[in-house]
Design a protein around this ligand. Structure first.
Ligand SMILES: Nc1nc2c(ncn2[C@@H]2O[C@H](COP(=O)(O)OP(=O)(O)OP(=O)(O)O)[C@@H](O)[C@H]2O)c(=O)[nH]1
Length: 392
């Protein structure tokens, strides 16, 4: 499906930048327009792919291009004040060619965390196409203020969008790497997963001869109903029949009379689906209780078959308990077979519960510290009060 992506804040901008790169590399055609919004000029300048004209600096009057320093209330305020500037950039894109908006933001900072929900609310008032969010949760070691920001932003963002897709940095961070290097890899993991999902609804031309290609309305229907979504993914390298040089661990179903080949393909697909659902999700959670799901099998068409996808879909129905599990293929020329599973409307998410608990503790702590420091300041000032006249 075709998306208008808006990266809000530093993380949001960088991830949308990577989506553009992914789109070019894989010819997916999912990014119809890409916009970056930030209160920090330097962050906008650091982007590589998003066109200069689509980079919107907000809050200049308040923060002079220096960012909001993880103050997400200020982030929300400047987004509201400068929403017309963001709208001007959106006015330049052909929204009638777009299936949905995707607002991408890190939820632990200030600009994206505060601004993304404001933009979602604004877009929903104006447009009839769905507005989705892709929210990135901070690592638990980033500290109380990031957790508090994320918990507050999450609560608001999920209410304002048609569906909130979540990626949790905490379960993806790698030890022993620089933060920047670590994010590069993490961002690649993000675009690969969401790229396959959204790319599935963008199959065109002769690829459509495949039997059960996923359609963008199936993605929209899976996301409709709202709530929180997570994505599972697994892949295996294959040899392209037109001469790719990869070791084949996946047996091609060449469509001939070879039942064994077909059975092999089916079995491989089924185990790939299990790996994707039971492995690391973008937001770890219990898959049981998921309201709706979509299974996408991507790969060269000779490695896909309807029976495998149908079996994978049935298995997902059993595991999630959902009666609304869709499935289909996404034929493409990459030398791998990949299963991406969108689990929409997940309810059993211990990470979110914990995030909210820690945020409440952080909020209480901050209030205590504030009260204490006000008292301390009063004591400090009172000591001099008898002797000194106030200025006014
Ligand atoms: N996945 C991912 N997460 C990132 C990246 N950069 C920052 N983050 C996360 O996003 C959060 C910070 O948000 P930023 O986007 O840097 O902040 P901002 O929205 O620009 O807001 P301010 O800098 O406070 O004005 C951190 O908690 C990180 O967890 C990135 O490139 N990829």
């Amino acid at each position: 499906m075709k998306l208008a992506m808006i990266g809000f804040g530093q993380a949001g901008g960088k991830i949308v930048d990577r989506f553009l790169d992914y789109d070019d590399r894989t010819n997916s055609g999912i990014v119809r327009a890409a916009i970056a919004v930030n209160s920090a000029k330097a962050d906008l300048m650091g982007l590589e792919r998003i066109p200069q004209d689509n980079r919107v600096l907000i809050g200049q009057a308040r923060v002079k291009g220096h960012g909001v320093g993880a103050d997400n209330e200020l982030g929300a305020e400047i987004a509201e004040e400068d929403i017309d500037e963001v709208q001007n950039a959106i006015d330049q894109i052909p929204t009638h060619e777009v299936d949905a908006f995707l607002i991408v933001a890190g939820m632990g900072g200030g600009t994206g965390s505060g601004g993304a929900p404001v933009l979602a609310k604004h877009l929903k008032r104006i447009y009839t196409i769905p507005v989705y969010g892709l929210g990135v949760l901070p690592g638990t070691d980033e500290g109380g203020i990031y957790t508090l920001n994320a918990a507050r932003s999450f609560q608001t963002f999920v209410r304002e969008v048609d569906n909130l897709l979540v990626f949790d940095n905490d379960s993806w961070r790698q030890t022993g790497e620089s933060v920047e290097g670590g994010y590069e890899q993490i961002n690649e993991e993000i675009v690969r997963r969401f790229g396959i999902l959204f790319g599935a609804g963008e199959v065109t031309g002769d690829q459509e001869v495949a039997e059960s290609v996923v359609d963008s309305s199936e993605i929209i229907n899976t996301l409709s109903g709202g709530g929180v979504s997570t994505v599972g993914y697994a892949s295996e390298g294959v040899e392209l029949t037109n001469g790719g040089g990869l070791l084949s661990r996946f047996t091609a179903d060449d469509g001939g009379d070879d039942d064994l080949d077909a059975a092999n393909t089916t079995n491989r697909i089924t185990s790939l689906v299990r790996k994707a659902a039971l492995g690391r999700l973008t937001l770890p959670c219990e898959i049981e209780g998921t309201e709706r799901a979509l299974l996408v099998l991507a790969g060269p068409s000779e490695y896909l078959n309807r029976k495998g996808i149908e079996r994978g879909r049935k298995w997902l129905e059993e595991e999630t308990g959902s009666m609304e599990v869709r499935g289909g293929d996404y034929p493409r020329g990459e030398p791998e077979v990949a299963a991406a599973i969108l689990l929409s409307g997940v309810t059993n998410v211990p990470r979110i519960k914990r995030l909210q608990q820690v945020a409440i503790e952080a909020q209480d702590n901050i209030e205590d510290i504030q009260a204490e420091s006000e008292e301390n300041l009063e004591e400090l000032v009172e000591d001099d009060e008898d002797e000194l006249e106030p200025l006014f």
